[in-house]
Design a protein around this ligand. Structure first.
Ligand SMILES: *[C@@H]1O[C@H](CO)[C@@H](O)[C@H](O)[C@H]1NC(C)=O
Length: 351
């Protein structure tokens, strides 16, 4: 069944217990071979509450099948009917979901071709760590994104496990969260990324309707999360987002990305469908840097970069088309000038 369709977890109740149980439901359906799965966000039977629905929107935004769904005899539970707190929380969580759709889409392609899971339990990525085997209050989306939401009534924080040996960073600002320990997270730390991944993302529009169609035409962005050896990898699978058999008919594109210490490279594995260009690369956990090169040319306007000394995030803004390979490098020291570099070093554009 999972090859052709998805599933929802049935007519669950609008209560905290049933919200918590949606995680083991989701993880189980992944194992059953039905990756497109989710539960009725804010609950189906009975009346939801403002707090429950807020927490459930923050969790359910990351179910592969993400739908707030209500019984027709219950109190309304669309975010607007529950007031600004639920609206704000829903908007934040759903915008992040939309940003991550390119990452989910590549995972669904892998599920289609290789039978991989999309959402998976923590121990799938580290079966040797027996302390992870029983965790059913957190889940992974692919190997690199973890959702650990607040699941208890009245709580403002949640205790969650951040497995080693890699480090976990807040997806919202790139700050280090924890590695190989249990950690009390705040509401803005519920989605984290693990060292070793390059996550393709797309920012949903800030004006006009936020739809998957509008978000799909936004520029792509990469979130690069180095592992302990400063390596990382990721991929983008792209097609028209709608047709059946795009992969079988080779009407898709597949781009791989790798980080090696201070250099990111892309490789075009297949080019059969146009992909929006890339306009931003964020690299986490970097030392202060002195210069950036894009395709072996110095990064000068309109190419720009910023370094945040507090979060240690290097952000490079450059327009890169994905139909051919690119490379982006950065340096802690000024590079020994070659003739090409020398003319740049003497120019006013030298930052
Ligand atoms: C990674 O970078 C190091 C240092 O520049 C280099 O020696 C090595 O060959 C690179 N590895 C790959 C796979 O490109």
């Amino acid at each position: 069944m999972g090859k052709y369709s998805g599933h929802w977890s049935g007519d669950i109740a609008s209560d905290w217990h049933d919200m918590r149980m949606t995680i083991p439901e989701l993880l189980s359906f992944s194992l059953f071979g039905i990756p497109m799965m989710g539960a009725d966000i804010c609950g189906f039977r009975g009346d939801t509450s403002t707090e429950l629905c807020k927490r459930w929107m923050q969790l359910g935004a990351f179910y592969p099948f993400s739908r707030n769904h209500n019984d027709d005899s219950s109190k309304p539970q669309d975010p607007v009917s529950l007031g600004p707190e639920v609206v704000q929380a829903s908007r934040g969580a759903l915008r992040l979901r939309y940003s991550l759709l390119p990452y989910y889409y590549a995972l669904f392609w892998r599920a289609h071709v290789y039978g991989d899971t999309v959402v998976r339990p923590l121990f799938f990525e580290a079966p040797e760590q027996s302390n992870l085997h029983a965790i059913d209050s957190q889940f992974l989306v692919g190997p690199y994104v973890m959702v650990a939401a607040i699941l208890q009534a009245g709580a403002a924080t949640a205790r969650a496990e951040f497995p080693g040996p890699q480090s976990w960073y807040n997806i919202l600002d790139g700050q280090f969260i924890a590695s190989d320990k249990s950690y009390e997270l705040m509401e803005n730390e519920t989605v984290s990324v693990k060292g070793g991944g390059i996550i393709p993302m797309q920012e949903p529009p800030t004006q006009g309707p936020v739809t998957t169609t509008n978000t799909r035409s936004s520029p792509l962005q990469l979130l690069v999360v180095p592992d302990r050896d400063n390596q990382a990898k990721g991929e983008l699978y792209w097609d028209d987002g709608d047709s059946l058999n795009s992969y079988e008919e080779q009407k898709y594109s597949l781009i791989e990305f790798t980080l090696n210490i201070t250099e990111i490279r892309s490789t075009v594995q297949w080019w059969g469908y146009g992909v929006p260009s890339l306009n931003k690369i964020s690299v986490l956990n970097q030392p202060p840097i002195k210069m950036v090169a894009v395709n072996d040319q110095p990064c000068v306007k309109p190419c720009e970069y910023t370094y945040n000394t507090q979060t240690k995030v290097l952000e490079i803004t450059a327009n890169l088309s994905l139909d051919k390979p690119f490379n982006v490098k950065w340096y802690e020291k000024l590079k020994t000038p070659s003739p090409n570099w020398r003319s740049w070093m003497g120019s006013k554009n030298n930052p």
